[in-house]
Write a protein that binds this ligand. Structure first.
Ligand code: HEM
Length: 723
């Protein structure tokens, strides 16, 4: 084995050296220059200069040095990096006829350019053309139907999970996106965990810093027994195909059921699987898509599921990061949310009336782009641009991190400042405000013929999801609460303001506030929401006694209150112990995996962690800045655009901890999540419980290992994923 490996390395190295020499000897005509860029070493080029983490920061730094377009040799492949929107448009949009191919990804089992499996990774061929047409149709149709209300439905579960398990906020947000996308793809949220895992594994497969086959492509030509990375990919690929086929079969089967309603007639809260979905659209109009096989349809739909599950959760998490590090803007968002929505949760239809929420979302995508390096194109013939030669076969990257930081467009580019979209003195401001700011047609979604097909879904998910979060919660840095240590002489003053003191305490999670005593010294690092416990205790008792009414749920929200709200969607009529109760109970599955209910005796506990004291001065401290409509925007400065590099690389920037794959997702961090309004919290809990009883929020399903374990067997199952 060692012999074969050594031989392969020597052959690959020899080929690279020969190709490099031939390239160097190619003479350019006098009017053309090679693009600037780092020189690098023979064979490996500049690979050794790339940092392990946040590699886009190095490309950003090179952009500062070499200009808006430059080239880098990475292991024999010419990579062209574009750091300005205008250059990306000139090449990728205006010359899209030659700039719309995709590079080969060595670590995938099948050739990504021709296999027809993943639309975003295909070459521009017949499969791409028909699948792109299909993608446009399913997106347009579902958008016209306001994405079937799925984001609104799942946002109830999102809020409930955040209330009950705030420390797992990242799981709740990822699950929200995966569930909405699963519903869109197949009409049910039960595959959401599997979809998340399929997305993670594919992300490893396609990321330059992920699968070993992308770093050492020759291993993909070795037998599986000798190359575990190849065996991993083979299992990933088999599992994905099986999953997509299973889901396609299930939707087909459900369509053949006699009582299956037509899409227009399917009410939002009808039984799962009778819902509209992209797969259903595929099956209903199969001949019109011109696909080669049903399998092509299974992938065309499954790939959209993966594309959604992969990307949208990242900005949701960055939003939390931004709100915690730039707290001065939060009240502006809360003001809009309260004024426009009052006591109801946001819907897709509120979009036009909420420019502040849209500005927060737009700014988050700019500040921490989910795909910082962009998705690469490949140029299929030699080209020239501003006197520079761009060789055929070069991999072209619109470097979103830099494009979003052009100091001429984005003043103080490293600052998260949503006001740049809302105040006329900023160059980014655009009217009318019922349309702008918007994330559609934004450079983060790519250029030209390959532009992202999921902008509408992304906007709907982020708007409804983050709008709901802002409606119920405020968030803040995980800092210790100021200790209330009362000197004897100050006591009378505080005692004179008990209402204020109580109000501050009550603003935290209802029921969270301990009995307020101004002389209490805060020592505990954990706070327990015992009202939640009470809620589950009550419900668990009811379940045990089998005394649930089909549509009645009792919820006590606050420890301090004796009340318990009883909601009855049927006007309060008591159905007693008739059959509907049993039906409701049989649909209420309770197990340890359930996100919120546990078996009696093992109640979930809400803890809010209070951090140990924060380090003295973090690089991002913006508390002094007050958002003000009258404030003049800062002037652009040459140094402004470099500060990201300084901040994240030289000093430890707490907002720059990302997973290292192609999608930049902030690593989980601690922060305080506080419920802003008790009545809203009650309402969410009631709705959640009603829908749970109705069977709406089913548990995620396990597909492998007889439905008991995701690890599966040799053939199918979850692979290890390092992020
Ligand atoms: C934050 C969310 C998202 C971001 C940042 C994003 C970003 C991108 C980018 C950069 C591209 C490549 C564009 C180019 O090559 O010029 C792309 C392509 C694509 N995206 Fe997205 N995307 C997101 C969400 C979605 C969602 C939710 C879907 C579908 C459900 C989706 C479906 C696609 C498809 C089908 C393509 C391939 C287009 C083609 O190659 O012809 N994306 N996306």
């Amino acid at each position: 084995m060692a012999y074969i490996t050594l031989l392969s390395v020597i052959v690959v190295a020899a080929v690279i050296i020969i190709v490099e020499r031939l390239e160097r000897n190619k003479r350019l005509p006098g009017y053309l220059r090679p693009l600037p860029g780092p020189k690098g070493l023979p064979v490996i080029g500049s690979v050794h200069e790339l940092p392990e983490r946040n590699s886009w920061m190095k490309f950003h730094e090179w952009g500062e040095k070499y200009g808006s377009i430059y080239q880098v040799n990475l292991a024999g492949v010419n990579h062209v990096w574009i750091t300005r929107d205008s250059v990306a448009h000139d090449l990728l949009s205006k010359r899209s006829a030659i700039y719309s191919d995709r590079p080969f990804i060595p670590a995938l089992e099948q050739d990504n350019r021709t296999s027809g499996q993943y639309l975003p990774l295909m070459s521009r061929n017949d499969k791409w053309t028909r699948q792109r047409k299909f993608a446009k149709q399913i997106m347009d149709t579902s958008e016209k139907a306001s994405f079937y209300g799925y984001p609104e439905l799942e946002s109830i579960r999102l809020l409930f999970e955040l209330m009950t398990k705030p420390l797992e906020y990242n799981v709740a947000m990822e699950s929200f996106i995966a569930r909405v996308t699963s519903r869109l793809a197949w009409g049910t949220a039960t595959p959401s965990d599997e979809l998340k895992q399929r997305a993670r594994e594919l992300l490893v497969g396609v990321s330059p810093s992920g699968a070993l086959g992308n770093k050492l492509p020759f291993i993909m030509s070795l037998p599986e027994q000798l190359a575990s990375a190849k065996a991993w990919e083979a299992r990933r690929s088999r599992t994905e195909k099986k999953f997509f086929e299973t889901m396609q079969d299930e939707v087909r089967d459900s369509m053949h059921a006699n009582n299956f309603p037509k899409p227009a007639a399917a009410p939002l809260f009808s039984a799962p699987r009778s819902r509209p979905s992209w797969m259903r659209m595929f099956l209903e109009r199969k001949p019109s898509w011109g696909f080669a096989s049903e399998l092509e349809g299974a992938f065309a739909v499954g790939m959209h599921g993966i594309a959604g599950a992969l990307t949208i959760a990242a900005p949701m998490q960055s939003f939390c990061l931004a709100l915690c590090h730039y707290p001065q803007y939060q009240p502006i968002l809360h003001e809009e949310v309260d004024r426009v929505l009052g006591d109801r949760m946001p819907t897709f239809e509120d979009m036009a009336h909420m420019p502040v929420l849209r500005a927060f979302i737009r700014e988050t995508l700019r500040w921490r782009p989910p795909v910082p390096t962009g998705i690469p194109h490949e140029v299929i013939q030699d080209d020239m641009y501003n006197g520079y030669h761009i060789p055929a076969g070069s991999v072209i990257h619109p470097l979103e991190w830099s494009i979003s930081r052009d100091p001429k467009v984005f003043l103080e580019p490293d600052e998260w400042n949503p006001m740049r979209w809302l105040e006329a003195q900023y160059p980014t401001y655009q009217e009318p405000l019922n349309k702008y700011p918007t994330i559609t047609q934004y450079s983060q979604f790519g250029y030209g013929r390959r532009i992202c097909q999921g902008m509408g879904v992304t906007e709907a998910d982020l708007f409804v999801g983050l709008g709901s979060v802002a409606w119920l919660f405020s968030m803040g840095k995980d800092e210790p609460e100021p200790e209330v240590v009362l000197e004897p002489e100050t006591e009378p003053e505080i005692m004179q303001q008990p209402a204020l003191y109580q109000a501050q305490a009550e603003e935290r999670l209802p029921g969270l506030s301990p009995p307020v005593s101004p002389t209490t010294k805060t020592r505990s690092h954990h706070r327990v929401l015992s009202s939640e416990q009470l809620f589950f205790e009550q419900n668990a008792e009811r379940i045990k006694r089998r005394s649930w009414r089909s549509s009645e749920v009792s919820f006590a929200c606050s420890q301090g209150e004796e009340e318990s709200s009883t909601i009855s969607s049927d006007g309060g009529s008591d159905v007693g112990d008739a059959d509907p109760i049993k039906t409701a109970l049989s649909r209420l599955t309770l197990n340890r995996n359930d996100s919120a209910i546990s078996i009696p005796g093992e109640f979930p506990v809400l803890r809010i962690e209070v951090a140990p004291p924060a380090p003295p001065a973090t690089p991002l401290e913006h508390k002094s800045r007050q958002p003000s409509p009258a404030r003049s925007p800062p002037q652009a400065s040459a140094s402004a655009s470099t500060s990201a590099v300084d901040k994240s690389m030289d000093k430890e920037d707490p907002t720059m901890n990302f997973s290292t794959l192609l999608i930049a997702k902030p690593l989980p961090f601690k922060f305080n999540l506080q419920i802003r309004n008790k009545e809203r919290a009650r309402m969410v809990a009631r709705k959640w419980a009603e829908l749970k009883v109705e069977g709406e929020f089913e548990d995620a399903r396990i597909y492998w290992g007889d439905g008991k374990s995701t690890a599966g067997n040799k053939e199918f199952g979850w692979g290890e994923v390092c992020t």
